[in-house]
Write a protein that binds this ligand. Structure first.
Ligand code: EPS
Length: 409
């Protein structure tokens, strides 16, 4: 891993922290850039009251000076405004030894980490688990991802997402998708690109809220401008599809990730799956700076990846999220304090967070792609990385003609 990140913080703790290592020196960054992504993550019809309390923003702790990265670890702090309401419950020190605090959670929610967490970590209060299992942690990941996105932006990569299904309602997005994708998707409260289904999705969210239920859905992440040749076919852990899928599956409540045609590819013959290759023009060499080295595909069922390597076509990834496991009409469980049947704990939560999940998936896609860019083009500074990148793209173009000559000769 060339770009690594980690996060710390509990949902109702003092703050969240994101630590990012491996960014080159000289990358222009601003809190405004990061905060824009944090604000996007807080949006979406169906979020709960918590998003009305928070004003997510980053305070730089290290790694940035005068608006540029130093090449040192970047640490960012995101305060939890809700901490003020939880200071006693979440206090770091016990008032008395072994003190059990109020707001204990002993009725684990089916689908949440509550039960498996208390068993594994030998806790009596599931709050010790859910505070970290909460999707609140994704705020810090989005902050880290915003820096990765900043790096990719320097190399002309645009990452966006849109919701393709929510609460069982399927959207029919336009083809081709709008550019830039997020300008269009963020205009919709549920981040769909199909106005005809928007009202029905909102109606289902309202109905689920009334019934004390929750809803899942799918988003599609699209990355455009990715150069051919990121990732590798040579070993399992270098394949970019595996790296993307692993990262995206780590989003809370995500149950499936598909690349390109995904599961549907398994149901069709090869002739209806694989993307025929064309030369971009009949007179090579290709356009200077062409990231696809002068080749084009008639379709993009591969979703921009072949053999674990980017093709230069847009990266297209679908991510599916189950409904949130906190139900206001709770499901049966066992009270860990009594051993008796009970209804699961209900805490303030969201009816759906699918639109926000798209923003999180974009951030994580950016982190994987930035890592793959650093792996291929390295460099301690942005300038060095750019020279390596430009040299590679120029060589791809020059190679076209010589390859043709060799084959013909
Ligand atoms: C979230 C913050 C949480 C939840 C949600 C996502 O805040 P609170 O628990 O204070 O209401 O709204 O987390 C969950 C759905 C969950 O199961 O933990 C956020 O910042 O995204």
């Amino acid at each position: 891993m060339h770009l690594t990140f980690s996060t710390a913080g509990e949902s109702h703790g003092k703050a969240l922290v994101a630590l990012v290592e491996g960014l080159p020196a000289g990358l222009p960054v601003s809190a405004e850039w990061v905060d824009r992504e944090l604000v996007r993550r807080m949006q979406g019809y169906g979020r709960g009251a918590r998003m009305k309390i928070e004003r997510d923003h980053v305070d730089w702790l290290s790694g940035v000076r005068a608006g540029e990265t130093l090449g040192t670890p970047v640490a960012m702090l995101i305060p939890n405004r809700d901490w003020a309401n939880w200071e006693d419950v979440m206090a770091h020190e016990a008032a008395e030894p072994g003190e059990l605090r109020r707001r204990r959670v002993t009725r684990p929610r089916p689908g949440h980490a509550d039960l498996v967490g208390v068993l594994k970590y030998d806790r009596v209060d599931a709050r010790d688990i859910l505070e970290r299992a909460s999707a609140r942690e994704t705020t810090a990941r989005v902050a880290a991802g915003a820096l990765a996105r900043r790096l990719l932006d320097e190399f002309g990569v645009e990452i966006g997402s849109h919701v393709v299904s929510l609460g069982g309602v399927l959207a029919a997005p336009p083809t081709p998708l709008p550019v830039p994708l997020n300008d269009a998707a963020d205009r919709s409260e549920v981040r769909v690109l199909d106005p005809s289904v928007e009202a029905e999705i909102i109606r289902r969210i309202d109905a689920a809220k009334k019934a004390g239920d929750t809803l899942g859905g799918e988003v599609e992440v699209v990355a455009r401008g990715v150069v051919v040749g990121l990732g590798s076919h040579v070993s399992w852990d270098r394949k970019l599809d595996g790296r993307l899928a692993g990262m995206l599956m780590s989003i809370p409540a995500v149950k499936a990730v598909e690349i390109g045609l995904g599961v549907e590819a398994a149901r069709r013959p090869g002739s209806e799956v694989h993307d025929p290759i064309d030369a971009a023009s009949s007179t090579p060499p290709p356009e200077p700076g062409d990231r696809r080295a002068g080749f084009r595909r008639r379709s993009n069922n591969a979703g921009g990846l072949e053999g674990g390597i980017t093709t230069g076509e847009p990266l297209v990834i679908r991510v599916a999220m189950k409904p949130i496991s906190t139900l206001m009409s709770p499901l049966p469980t066992v009270d860990l304090a009594t051993g008796k049947p009970a209804n699961a704990q209900s805490e303030r939560s969201d009816v759906t967070a699918v639109p926000a999940m798209g923003v999180i998936a974009e951030a994580l896609t950016a982190l994987v792609l930035a890592d793959a860019m650093l792996e291929k083009f390295g460099g301690d500074s942005l300038g060095e990385m750019r020279r390596n990148f430009d040299g590679y793209v120029a060589a791809l173009g020059a190679r076209w003609g010589s390859l043709r000559g060799q084959v013909e000769g």
